[in-house]
Write a protein that binds this ligand. Structure first.
Ligand code: MG
Length: 158
């Protein structure tokens, strides 16, 4: 068996009055993410982890933010396309693990649904998808509520 590991990272700015799509779930909040797409920072980090593991470039190359085709794009659709590319190269997902750093709102209660949605979009089992949420103890731009930061790792096998 051949294995590959990949890492992804993304940040989006937070502003009031926008939608907060995170991990494929619409989080109930007065705050949301500024972005060209729907701003789902967790899915973007996950896509980069998958693309990185398969050495397929990055999400910015695949879905340029100066291309109107991806304006307001549903990030679940981007993840579906990334999974197609990964599988075209013969890779299957062993597991993925995502960490979300967000000061507010609290999203712990959304995590089970995020795992379900991501597993469904990726066509893998829920126990292959981990999502963890943390604050940064009010430190840095995340702690001041200015943005959300996400990291993801993906392990592939073939
Ligand atoms: Mg992004």
């Amino acid at each position: 068996m051949d294995y590959r590991i990949g890492h992804g990272y993304d940040v989006h700015r937070i502003e009031p009055g926008l939608k907060m799509w995170l991990g494929g779930v619409l989080v109930s909040s007065e705050l949301g993410f500024v972005a060209h797409s729907d701003g789902d920072v967790a899915i973007h980090a996950l896509c980069d982890a998958l693309l990185g593991a398969a050495a397929l470039g990055d999400i910015g190359k695949l879905f340029p933010d100066n291309d109107d085709k991806w304006a307001g794009a549903d990030s679940k659709e981007l993840l579906r396309i990334v999974m197609e590319r990964v599988r075209e190269k013969g890779w299957e997902v062993s597991n993925v693990d995502i960490t979300v750093a967000l000061q507010a709102p609290k999203i712990g209660h959304c995590v089970p649904r995020m795992r379900e949605v991501l597993a469904s979009v990726m066509d893998i089992e829920k126990d292959q998808v981990s999502v963890k949420a943390t604050t940064t103890e009010r430190l840095g731009f995340v702690g001041r509520g200015e943005g959300c930061e996400c990291w993801a790792v993906a392990l592939l096998h073939r």
